[in-house]
Write a protein that binds this ligand. Structure first.
Ligand code: P6P
Length: 334
């Protein structure tokens, strides 16, 4: 059994110019994930369920575990010294990390510390997403330009899914590997080497409660999924967890498509480009899948704000291409 730490060191040779900083950064994220996992697993017993009573920058009620997870990841990144700044879903502005420790830091990190946290109180899977960029500023405190980079500039990205088991899945641009937390030894161990997403699938994920506000192309795609056609294994199955990381992970393993299009309440889409769409798009592309906003590749989209939102169509290549065909025909861009 190979631990995450052993695997990271082993793969360090993939980066001849790296001197271990990225390896240490990934290790820091793994450590924070284990701490957050421990609290999630006993939240009901430690009075960590429920809301803080404050509203985050997204206008969403902050859960106690949202704040806790944010603190743990920022603390781990700060003490690790390899990261100069963090852009987090939970913080309106970028968080500049401890300058004494990270004055020579080479990387900047974007993170959604606890995605889908509304599921926490009902014991349903939640996740963490992260993106790692090489800083653009030369030295000293991190700058906004360090994190406002296109998804194609990611050095590494991944997620942790706190589900029936806890898994950390990441890529450094050389494939996707999954590690399952073994609580008996407190280590993430390689369990899913070189993950490849099936080219097609029979699962579609979206919140159909928003149907009336969906673009016509999405409505037509949903009807396509529901038509009986043995040759193409339709009707497909609808699965929607309400945690994008969990929906993405299931589709990564089994094949499928996740769509969060524009809706009346989310005219630019709901998901955030920097710390949700981009890391998951990097993962899915590295696994052989596809991620667009219905028209353009997610990783190519210009990044102008930390919390900018984007529509997302992500998963098995053939399913995303089919959904894009309906968008082109019924919801062509003005
Ligand atoms: P809705 C969680 O808040 C999230 O960002 C994703 O993880 C999830 O897929 C989506 O929003 C759920 O949004 O509008 O369907 O409740």
């Amino acid at each position: 059994m190979k631990t995450l730490g052993q695997f990271i060191i082993e793969k360090q040779a993939d980066f001849p110019y790296a001197k271990g900083e990225l390896s240490r950064l990934l290790r820091d994220i793994g450590i924070a994930a284990k701490v957050v996992n421990r609290e999630i697993n006993k939240a009901g017993l430690t009075d960590k369920l429920g809301e803080v009573g404050s509203i985050n920058v997204q206008g969403e009620a902050q859960k106690i575990l949202d704040v806790y997870a944010n603190e743990q990841f920022i603390s781990a990144l700060s003490s690790g010294g390899e990261c100069c700044l963090v852009a987090s879903e939970e913080n309106e502005e970028v968080v500049l990390l401890n300058q004494t420790v990270s004055k020579n830091a080479k990387y900047a990190v974007a993170i959604d510390p606890l995605d889908g946290s509304s599921n926490i109180d009902v014991n349903v899977a939640v996740g963490t997403t992260f993106s790692i960029y090489r800083r653009k500023s030369k030295e000293g405190p991190g700058q906004l330009e360090d994190i406002l980079q296109k998804g194609t500039e990611q050095v590494a990205a991944g997620y942790i899914v706190y589900g029936s088991s806890t898994m950390l899945v990441y890529t450094t641009g050389k494939g996707v590997n999954g590690f399952t937390l073994d609580p008996s030894i407190g280590e993430f161990c390689l369990s899913h080497p070189e993950i490849k997403v099936p080219k097609s699938g029979i699962i579609y994920s979206m919140n159909e409660g928003n149907y009336v506000h969906f673009p016509e192309g999405v409505k037509k795609y949903i009807k396509y999924c529901q038509v009986e056609d043995d040759a193409t294994l339709r009707p497909y199955t609808s699965r929607y967890i309400g945690s994008m990381v969990a929906d993405l992970h299931r589709n990564l393993i089994k094949g499928g498509i996740y769509i969060y299009p524009t809706t009346a309440s989310a005219p630019h889409g709901k998901l955030r480009l920097v710390y949700e769409c981009n890391p998951l798009a990097f993962i899915i592309e590295q696994a052989g899948g596809r991620a667009t906003n219905g028209y353009d590749r997610i990783l190519d989209i210009e990044v102008t704000e930390i919390h900018q939102r984007e529509s997302i169509f992500i998963g098995s290549e053939d399913m995303v291409l089919k959904a894009e065909e309906f968008m082109a025909e019924y919801s062509p861009r003005e």
